[in-house]
Each structure stands twice: as structure tokens, then as C-alpha cells.
Design a protein around this ligand. Structure first.
Ligand SMILES: [Zn+2]
Length: 336
């Protein structure tokens, strides 16, 4: 499906978060709203979403490092006086959960959830991720005994007092990895998309696209998300300057075009067709306006894509057996 169709599906909508990074409405009854925080620098611009109800709040996605977890906790405390009753992670990548324990020191005894498949993957991967990212950010800035999520298999949840405004967990779907969750709040037309969707001016994380089926399945997730006709789409990563004015049409279009470009211009050629620098240059030619950090040591999603798939490049070994996800119909089991 060309990206223009995604745009058409949403073209009549105004997709701004609204004043002061809060979406939702205060009508006769206090209803849900969503406040967002972009975790910058070491947290690689990961977006945390705070769903605030009439009596309680919950948060989706926690950053990678201890310093960033403390920063996020401070923001939560200044953003709402409602008690935080749960945290979720949208998928198994460490930039969305790894230093959760540091966050939970500020909010003790609240449950931490993910869908059961992502939970299992995180339980399997976390020790290796702690080791890997301690090597990058230092053992003092990565929780060594990280908090693992528990499986949450309800298809929806409600905050206390807001049972008439449920939050639906749509998944498992494919985003930038398997078994991701989209959080859909029909009462305010909001999708919290995790890494199914990236902000329009960022390169995307493609390293888990080791099969054609994973790529095709991610595109299906994007078409599905557009079909929800959301009023607001919150991406999994975004520039801090965009916080408060996320444009769902633009971010959805960008995500679709980026993955489609990968599929049609690089993946379709077969393994090791291009060198890493050729892949790098193809993306920068096709998407010249995207923000890019050219430092070879900084986390750089485009470098990772180029090295992971380029001929002779430095591979990023997947901890999960991603190559076994080679059946689009199975990945898209939500289509009957
Ligand atoms: Zn991420």
C-alpha cells in the first residue's frame, strides 16, 4: 500500500497532542489523558507515555539507564499527583525496560507488565542486555539486577474509576521486533504505538528484520494502525522538540515509507548485496532530512542497519531466534 493511502486514511484528522503535551479532554466527567516524555541522550529519544485517569495513573515504557529512569520518575511526580498503579513495556528491546528497577525505587510495589511473549523474551534476554549496555554506559548506570515484567494477558485494562474508558492492548503484533503491543484508547482516539512507529525525522531500528515476513508483518501493523483512524499517535521514539505536537499522519507515513524502502530497495536484493556504506548512503539519499549522529561511538540506528545487513558488516547477533519468524500469515495471525 503506498504511503499516500495511509495519509488518506487519516487526512481529515488533526493529530496534535495539544497544549502542554497532554491529550484527552476534561469533559463533564474527568476522563483519561496521556502525557508524554521524551527520554533523550542515553535513552535514545524513547517516548514514555503516562496515562492519567480520574483517580490513578499508569506508565508505558521505561528507559535504559539509571540516570534516565530517575529523570523520568521526577517528571512523573511533577506531572500528576495521582498514584501510579502499574507500568508496562511495549516490547522486548532494552531501551524500553532495562533500568526499570531504578524507576521502581521511586514508585515501590507497583506491578510491571508486558504481554506474555514479550515477557518471556525479556526474561531470556535481560542478563545479556545488562552485560552489553553496562559495557556502553557503565555498570553504575545500568541496573545489574533488572526488574523483569510479569505476563499480562488481559486484552484491556482500566484505571480505577475509569472503567468506562478502557485501554486495549492490541497484540502481539510486529513492530521493530516481534510480539509488540499497541495501546489503543478509543475514548480519546489515542494509540501509544511503541516502536511500531518512529517520529518522522528519525532513522528507524531495522536490525530485527532478518526475514521478509517480519518486514511484511510490520507493514501490516502500520496499515492496521492507520485504519484505527486515531486522533493521536504516540511514537516509540521521537525528537524532544516534537513532544507535545506529534503528528500521527506524518509519523505513520514516515514509518511506512522507511520500512517500504528497506523492503523494496535493499531487502529485495537478497543478503549481502550492498556494502554497509552503500546501505548507509541509500538511506541518506532517500531520506536526506533525517537527523543523524555521525559519531561512530554514539548509538546510531542507521549505522546499525548498515552494519547488520551490509556485506562484511559488523552483525548484531539477535538473542531471540528471529530467523524462525519467516511466515507472514503466522506473524499476522490477527488476520483471520
Ligand atoms: Zn526503542
Amino acid at each position: 500500500m503506498p504511503s499516500i493511502t495511509v495519509t488518506a486514511l487519516l487526512s481529515t484528522l488533526t493529530l496534535t497532542i495539544g497544549l502542554q503535551v497532554v491529550v484527552g479532554s476534561q469533559t463533564t466527567k474527568e476522563s483519561l489523558c496521556v502525557a508524554t516524555y521524551v527520554n533523550t541522550d542515553q535513552a535514545v529519544d524513547m517516548v514514555s507515555s503516562l496515562v492519567i485517569g480520574s483517580q490513578a495513573a499508569m506508565i508505558i515504557d521505561l528507559p535504559m539507564t539509571i540516570g534516565k529512569a530517575k529523570e523520568l520518575a521526577t517528571w512523573v511526580k511533577t506531572t500528576t499527583d495521582k498514584p501510579l498503579v502499574a507500568a508496562f513495556t511495549s516490547h522486548n528491546h532494552p531501551d524500553h525496560y532495562l533500568s526499570g528497577a531504578a524507576f521502581f525505587e521511586e514508585f515501590p510495589n507497583i506491578p510491571f507488565y508486558a504481554n506474555s511473549r514479550a515477557t518471556k523474551e525479556i526474561q531470556e534476554d535481560a542478563p545479556k542486555k545488562v552485560e552489553e549496555w553496562s559495557g556502553v554506559h557503565g555498570v553504575d548506570n545500568i541496573v545489574q539486577n533488572t526488574t523483569l515484567p510479569s505476563p499480562y494477558d488481559y486484552s484491556f485494562f482500566a484505571l480505577p474509576g475509569d472503567e468506562d474508558s478502557p485501554v486495549y492492548l492490541i497484540g502481539p503484533v510486529t513492530g521493530d521486533t516481534t510480539h509488540s503491543t499497541l495501546f489503543w484508547i478509543p475514548s480519546i482516539g489515542t494509540v501509544i504505538a511503541g516502536d511500531a512507529i518512529f517520529g518522522y525525522n528519525l532513522h528507524m531500528y531495522l536490525s530485527d528484520l532478518v526475514t521478509h515476513a517480519l518486514t511484511e508483518s510490520w507493514l501490516a501493523t502500520l496499515k492496521f494502525t492507520a485504519g484505527l483512524n486515531p486522533f493521536t499517535v504516540i511514537p516509540g521514539h521521537a525528537s524532544a522538540s516534537e513532544n507535545g505536537s506529534f503528528n500521527g499522519v506524518r509519523d505513520l507515513d514516515h514509518s511506512y515509507e522507511y520500512v517500504k524502502f528497506w523492503q523494496e530497495d535493499i531487502e529485495s536484493k537478497g543478503p549481502d548485496y550492498f556494502t554497509p556504506s552503500e546501505i548507509f548512503n541509500k538511506f541518506t539519499s532517500r531520506f536526506p532530512d533525517l537527523l543523524i549522529n555521525r559519531s561512530p561511538t554514539a548509538f546510531n540506528r542507521l549505522n546499525i542497519t548498515a552494519e547488520n545487513f551490509g556485506r562484511g558488516g559488523k552483525r548484531r547477533p539477535p538473542l531471540q531466534p528471529l530467523w524462525t519468524f519467516n511466515n507472514t500469515a503466522a506473524l499476522n495471525g490477527w488476520i483471520l
